[in-house]
Design a protein around this ligand. Structure first.
Ligand SMILES: Nc1ncnc2c1ncn2[C@@H]1O[C@H](COP(=O)(O)OP(=O)(O)OP(=O)(O)O)[C@@H](O)[C@H]1O
Ligand SMILES: N[C@@H](CCO)C(=O)O
Length: 318
């Protein structure tokens, strides 16, 4: 359950009076998500998402995220911009946390995407990348290739408590990826976390891309590699769905052509993406108190992907 910060009815009512959005009718904590506190807010006029930013989102990064959302929304992408208050401000403080009131988008995220849904979602990523070619703000990736070694070292030998021998196995993977990383590929603003739970769908149509709080400047094709790992495997990471995998690459390339060198680098980018999510999941696994009201995500599901890409990557994207 991702409601770390409780918002009292009084505080929320006072907060909403700063906006032109009608009167507060109800507010419910949203269970999905692990990073931030989210509430579904109903007013006499409409529905909104209230997000209070927690541990991994720095208030100083919010202007980048909000500018990115505005840029995408202005170019016809289905993303939820923040709502300005009566004075035009979009970044606020509520219950001691940075907070934004965000447009509500309809749709549900799918847990078992079909190839048709995967193609549509990847096409939406392609459209997003096309819209971002003239986006000039930059934000370094705080979980990018140069952070993997220090992050892994911070996890340390405790990693072996997840599975014996894991430390040495991942240590070798970190070395391999740092040496092979295709740093020369084109860079751009990317979402960097476009998992199925961050794509809202109505049937086979994409109704929204959400959760841009890892968005950053990095290798553009890395965004597709993140998506491939997140969409084309079952939750355990043990089973790869080739039809979903191909649909992702085709759907993306239909809206934003992949350079030959980007396509050739997808295996190593996908291995790197698997390592990045293994590392944050392993850290959370080792550092989330057992009684926290958050479901920890299984790091081994990303170890399986890492090993799968290392073994089969060369044939997957041909
Ligand atoms: N703009 C929106 N419109 C409709 N629903 C939304 C919107 N933003 C968030 N939600 C709902 O809130 C849930 C959690 O949002 P989000 O994924 O941003 O949270 P998070 O804590 O940052 O999660 P994550 O673990 O994916 O990083 C989503 O699964 C979705 O149900
Ligand atoms: N998408 C991430 C969690 C949010 O960053 C994961 O599944 O590990």
């Amino acid at each position: 359950m991702a409601v770390y910060t409780q918002v009292s009815a009084e505080a929320l009512g006072a907060f909403l009076r700063g906006f032109d959005v009608g009167e507060l009718v109800s507010a419910k904590g949203i269970a999905e998500g692990v990073e931030n506190s989210n509430y579904l807010v109903e007013t006499s006029w409409s529905r909104f998402i209230l997000t209070l930013y927690e541990k991994r989102v720095a208030a100083s990064d919010l202007p980048f995220f909000m500018a990115l959302l505005d840029h995408l929304a202005a170019r016809g992408n289905r993303v939820p911009p923040a709502i300005p208050d009566r004075e035009g401000r979009i970044i606020h403080e509520l219950e001691g946390r940075p907070a934004c009131l965000i447009e509500f988008l309809p749709g549900l995220s799918v847990s078992h995407p079909t190839p048709v849904q995967a193609r549509a979602a990847a096409a939406a990523m392609g459209q997003m990348h096309a819209s971002l070619v003239d986006f000039t703000l930059e934000r370094p990736n705080a979980l990018g290739v140069d952070d993997w070694r220090p992050f892994f070292d911070r996890c340390g030998r405790a990693i072996d408590s997840i599975q014996p021998g894991l430390y040495d196995h991942v240590d070798r993977a970190v070395d391999k990826l740092l040496a092979a990383w295709p740093r020369h590929l084109p860079r751009a603003a990317i979402h960097a976390d476009l998992f199925p739970d961050n794509v809202l769908m109505l049937g086979d149509q994409v109704s929204g891309l959400i959760d841009f709080y890892f968005a950053c400047t990095d290798i553009r094709a890395y965004d597709l590699a993140v998506m491939h790992g997140a969409w084309a495997f079952d939750a355990t990471g043990a089973h790869y769905d080739a039809a979903v995998g191909s649909a992702l690459v085709e759907g993306y390339a239909g809206n934003f052509p992949l350079l030959d060198e980007e396509r050739a680098a997808l295996p190593v980018l996908a291995e790197g993406a698997a390592l990045r999510f293994f590392l944050t999941r392993a850290w959370d696994w080792l550092n989330t108190p057992a009684d926290a009201m958050v479901t920890r995500k299984d790091p081994l599901a990303y170890l399986h992907r890492l090993d799968f890409y290392a073994e089969h990557g060369a044939t997957l994207f041909a």
